[in-house]
Design a protein around this ligand. Structure first.
Ligand SMILES: [Zn+2]
Length: 125
């Protein structure tokens, strides 16, 4: 009998499940004390029950907001000066190196940042 992770992978791939497979599999969440969640997983990309999948998405949302706030330098940042954009690009470097922003997203943000920099007037010397 395949384990839960394999069954979830098969379900997501649309592969047929073995005939002896139960109608649902158990959630993959394991608590800090090693206790497995026994709630059923019907169709989840994460292999989690509805409760733990919602918690995972909430954690993701909180992390996205925190990374955005760090990147922009605060909730009200507008990136209207070259110094502000340069500072944001510096923070982007740190966030990518910490793997809080994926390389793909970091590349896109760096490109957009460079376009913004080019559109802003250079301060007179
Ligand atoms: Zn669960």
């Amino acid at each position: 009998m395949p384990d839960t992770a394999e069954l979830v992978a098969r379900m997501l791939a649309g592969d047929p499940l073995p005939e002896q497979t139960p109608k649902y599999v158990d959630c993959l969440f394991t608590s800090a004390n090693g206790k497995r969640c026994r709630n059923p997983v019907f169709r989840s990309y994460l292999g989690l029950c509805a409760l733990h999948e919602n918690l995972a998405h909430k954690r993701d949302d909180i992390e996205v907001r925190a990374v955005s706030e760090v990147l922009l330098g605060g909730p009200d940042a507008e990136l209207r000066s070259r110094d502000e954009v340069s500072a944001a690009l510096s923070r982007l470097f740190v966030l990518v190196s910490q793997k809080r922003i994926s390389r793909k997203d970091g590349t896109l943000l760096a490109y957009i940042g460079s376009l913004i920099l080019q559109s802003l007037p250079v301060a007179p010397t």
